[in-house]
Design a protein around this ligand. Structure first.
Ligand code: PEP
Length: 252
């Protein structure tokens, strides 16, 4: 079994002005300064990234974005390129969050391109996958999620693939207060690992797989105890520095 370094990544979604981002960054640092055994990431809106660059670039907290475009530069009004994220000291970028798949109609083809481009430019993509409630109730969750992983990652070389982080986020559990049982989450995350082994057997044990969906400081320990879950992608519970720091400590 590979020794995978855990990750706790916060996803602020469309929250926090630049002042609120600065307050968060100033507050959280001392609360997690002793955390050296896992990777901490804060994925902020584009407009707050320059603040996090100022406050966190030299810290042990990594900076991430929540999306990017799949071209380096060009006539793509309103889009943000991977080069711009690097310029903001980002090392991570969330790709294919279910809210983007649903509201912005991002499909598997676009998401696969974004993953590839992020890797090309040296960013770590956090690829989000997950089923909706009717798939879950119809017993189709595992097949659907494995299909997403295959479509989003199949064109990567083993060297590229081993850098990807996958976040399993059942859509029905995001922001709803409902969490998948740790057994159900483990089953899907194990299925994701098996799918990756099918793309490139050698790297599957190295890839970090996160769970996301109403993760809180009270349930993180149980989630982390699962053998194929290497951390969490956290939405609502990442907004308050005190609560997020507590969640991080409980994940260890
Ligand atoms: C998310 O935004 O990816 C997420 C999992 O949100 P929440 O933790 O609020 O369910």
């Amino acid at each position: 079994m590979a020794n995978r370094r855990p990750i706790i990544a916060g996803n602020w979604k469309m929250y926090k002005t630049s002042q609120e981002a600065r307050d968060f960054a100033l507050s959280i640092q001392e609360k997690v300064e002793d955390v050296t055994d896992l990777d901490m990431v804060v994925c902020a809106p584009f407009t707050a990234l320059h603040i996090l660059k100022e406050e966190l670039e030299e810290s042990i907290i990594h900076i991430g974005a929540q999306n990017m475009y799949h071209e380096e530069a060009g006539a793509y009004t309103g889009e943000i390129s991977p080069m711009m994220l690097l310029d903001m000291a980002c090392t991570y970028v969330i790709i294919g969050h279910s809210e983007r798949r649903e509201h912005m109609k991002e499909n598997d083809e676009i998401i696969a391109k974004k993953v590839k481009m992020a890797l090309d430019k040296g960013l770590v993509p956090i690829l989000c996958v997950g089923e909706n409630l009717s798939m879950r109730e119809g017993g189709k969750a595992i097949g659907f999620v494995r299909g997403q992983v295959e479509k989003n990652l199949m064109d990567l070389t083993p060297t590229e693939l081993r850098k990807v982080v996958v976040a399993y986020e059942p859509i029905w559990a995001i922001g709803t207060g409902k969490t998948a049982s740790s057994q159900d989450a483990q089953e899907i995350c194990a299925g994701i690992r098996t799918t990756i082994a099918g793309i490139s057997g050698t790297v599957a044990q190295e890839i970090r797989i996160l769970y996301g969906g109403s993760v809180k400081s009270s349930n993180i320990a149980e989630i982390m105890a699962q053998p194929d879950i290497d951390g969490a992608l956290v939405g609502g519970a990442s907004l308050d520095p005190q609560g997020f720091a507590e969640l991080i400590h409980n994940a260890r």
